[in-house]
Ligand binder design. Structure first.
Ligand SMILES: C[S@@+](CC[C@H](N)C(=O)[O-])C[C@H]1O[C@@H](n2cnc3c(N)ncnc32)[C@H](O)[C@@H]1O
Length: 295
C-alpha cells in the first residue's frame, strides 16, 4: 500500500476550500489568474432632450445618449477582488496557526491585493513582498521593461511561523571580493529579491501549460516555510508545480484546479507516481503519457 502523498481535485476552489478542515494546511501558495471575474465594460451615459435622439422616454419625448466613459477598469478590479475575497478568507481559516501564505501576483494587481490581504490577515501579519526578477522576452524602449512578479507573504501569527533559515539554499555573492574567502565560498542567503530564470522553453521541466511557474521558486518557498511531512495547499494549481516541489522535498500536497487542461498537465507530470488521490478526474487516460517525474 502506498502512503498518501497528495490529493488533486478538479473543482472550483471555493467548493473545495469550504470542505477543508480549519488549520489543516501548513503552507499555502497560490498564483491566481488575472481577470477571473467577469469584466463588465459598462459605459456610463447621460441623456439630453433632442428631437433626433436615439431613446424614447416618457410621453414620447426623444433623448440623445452621450457616452461619458467606460468604467471597465474599476469594474475589473471590483470583480477580481470580489472573486478573490471569499477564497482568501477561506485560505486564512484553513491555514494552520503557524502557517504562511504566499500569494503570487502580477505587478499591475499587487497593490489592490495587498490591501485586501491586509484586511483579511491584518497588517501585522504581512511578512514580505518577494520580487521574482527574470530576464526574458521583448524589451520595451518606451519605459523600464517590466521583468518581475510579486509574491506577497503573510503569516497567520506574526510571532510564530515556520522559517527554516538554515535550510535555505545559498547563492553566490554579487561581489565576492568584498567578503572574506570563507563567506564567498559559502555564499549568501537570498534577500527578498530573487533572480530566477523563467521555466526554460526547451528544458525537461516544461509541461506546456501556459502559466507554469519555475520549480526552483516553489522549492525555495516550500523548503523555507514548511517542514517535512507538512501539508501544502495550492488551490490555483495549474500544471502542479507546487505538487512537484512537494514530491522533491517530502511534503504532502492538496492541489485544486477547475480546468481539465490543468488536470491533464498534472496527470502527465505525475505519471508513474503512486500515492496520489485524484478527485473528480481520472488520470488513467493519461497514464501512458511520459511526465517529467515518471521513473
Ligand atoms: C496562473 S495559473 C497557475 C499556474 C501554476 N502556478 C503553475 O505553475 O502551473 C492559475 C490557475 O488557476 C485556475 N483557476 C482559475 N479559477 C479557478 C477556480 N475558481 N477554481 C480552481 N482553479 C481555478 C486556472 O485554471 C489556472 O490553471
Amino acid at each position: 500500500m502506498s502512503t498518501n502523498l497528495g490529493t488533486i481535485y478538479l473543482a472550483d476552489n471555493l467548493e473545495v476550500l469550504t470542505g477543508l478542515a480549519s488549520g489543516s494546511a501548513n503552507l499555502i501558495y497560490i498564483d491566481p489568474p488575472f481577470n477571473t471575474g467577469k469584466v463588465q465594460q459598462r459605459t456610463q451615459i447621460r441623456t439630453i432632450g433632442s428631437e433626433d435622439g436615439d431613446r424614447v422616454g416618457f410621453k414620447g419625448r426623444r433623448y440623445e445618449t452621450i457616452a461619458l466613459g467606460k468604467r471597465g477598469f474599476r469594474d475589473l478590479f471590483d470583480d477580481y477582488l470580489a472573486f478573490l475575497e471569499p477564497r482568501l478568507a477561506e485560505a486564512h481559516r484553513v491555514l494552520a496557526p503557524d502557517g504562511t501564505l504566499y500569494f503570487h501576483v502580477d505587478y499591475r494587481e499587487v497593490h489592490y491585493c495587498k490591501v485586501l490581504l491586509d484586511a483579511i490577515f491584518g497588517r501585522e501579519c504581512f511578512l514580505n513582498e518577494v520580487i521574482w526578477a527574470y530576464d526574458y522576452g521583448g524589451r520595451s524602449k518606451t519605459r523600464w521593461p517590466p521583468k518581475h512578479d510579486n509574491i506577497l507573504v503573510y503569516t497567520k501569527d506574526p510571532r510564530r511561523y515556520t522559517f527554516n533559515w538554515d535550510d535555505i539554499e545559498r547563492i553566490p555573492y554579487m561581489a565576492p571580493g568584498l567578503v572574506g574567502p570563507d563567506k564567498a565560498a559559502r555564499g549568501k542567503v537570498p534577500t527578498d529579491t530573487w533572480w530566477h530564470t523563467i521555466v526554460p522553453t526547451h528544458g525537461s521541466e516544461k509541461t506546456g501549460y501556459p502559466t507554469q511557474k519555475p520549480l526552483g521558486i516553489l522549492k525555495r518557498i516550500i523548503g523555507a516555510s514548511s517542514r517535512k511531512g507538512d501539508v501544502v495547499l495550492d488551490f490555483f494549481a495549474g500544471s502542479g508545480t507546487t505538487g512537484a516541489a512537494c514530491l522533491a522535498l517530502g511534503r504532502r500536497f492538496v492541489l485544486v484546479d477547475n480546468s481539465p487542461q490543468a488536470l491533464e498537465a498534472m496527470a502527465r507530470r505525475f505519471a508513474g507516481v503512486a500515492g496520489i488521490q485524484w478527485v473528480g478526474f481520472d488520470p488513467g487516460a493519461h497514464a501512458g503519457d511520459v511526465g517529467p517525474l515518471a521513473p
